[in-house]
Design a protein around this ligand. Structure first.
Ligand code: URA
Length: 231
């Protein structure tokens, strides 16, 4: 909500009082004096007027989880454990996943209560690189790299995937960098060559790499630098 509306909605202020308080620099958001009436007040913002707290702001929370196999990227599931079962956090219902992984895919999963941050990460124009380690049933042939670089047509969505980079590491292992996140994208890309993915692990999203200190199932909070680099 805009700051002027937030202030004018308070029972003891009308719109004129709100505009005057702003013009006089008496309003602070997150510790900084703000004069711009359009400044966005979020549920996480701390807002003060004349040193008095109007809204304390709830903490924004950001986690990286090393997702293990056999775990659903969802808040609840009738049959299987979910990634949220791995979190020992209060108010888990306020959290959501920024970029799901399939049931048997392992690796970097981001969980937050900040919807703006996670939406920014997945904006189509953002093209945040996501790096996957892939193992396959059959040998990975050199020509896959050209096809992935040109993009593959996905009939269901009626779209061509963005250029992806394939680095072949071993006959049946590769590193694949995608700049989008379509449904089962990696499996469908290898499926184009009838080559089944037998192991899939997300190593990084943008500049954020899965912390090697995290064993499967473990998680930690992101640092301020990590949050800013991605958001
Ligand atoms: N692509 C897939 O096929 N599965 C994932 O979990 C992530 C990307």
């Amino acid at each position: 909500m805009r700051l002027d509306r937030f202030l004018a909605n308070l029972p003891h202020l009308n719109r004129q009082d709100a505009l005057r308080a702003l013009a006089e620099g008496r309003v602070r958001v997150d510790g900084e004096a703000v004069r711009d009436a359009r400044h966005e007040v979020r549920e996480f913002s701390r807002v003060e007027l004349d040193g008095e707290t109007l809204q304390a702001g709830k903490p924004a929370r950001y986690f990286m989880l090393h997702k293990p196999q056999g775990c659903v990227s969802a808040t609840r599931d009738a049959e299987h454990r979910t990634v949220f079962d791995l979190l020992d956090e209060p108010d888990k219902h306020e959290l959501h996943i920024g970029g799901r992984l399939d049931y048997n895919t392992t690796g970097l999963l981001l969980i937050t209560n900040d919807g703006q941050w996670s939406r920014r990460m997945t904006l189509p124009g953002r093209k945040l690189p996501k790096v996957y380690y892939v193992e396959t049933e059959d040998p990975i042939e050199a020509h896959y790299a050209d096809t992935f670089a040109q993009g593959l047509y996905f009939r269901f969505e009626d779209l061509t995937t963005l250029p992806a980079q394939l680095d072949i590491l071993a006959p049946r292992a590769a590193r694949l960098t995608l700049h989008e996140g379509r449904y089962h994208q990696v499996k469908r890309m290898f499926g184009h060559f009838q080559n089944k993915v037998t192991r899939l692990h997300r190593e990084s999203m943008g500049s954020l790499r899965l912390d090697p200190a995290l064993a499967p199932g473990q998680y930690r909070s992101l640092t301020a630098a990590e949050i800013n680099a991605l958001g």
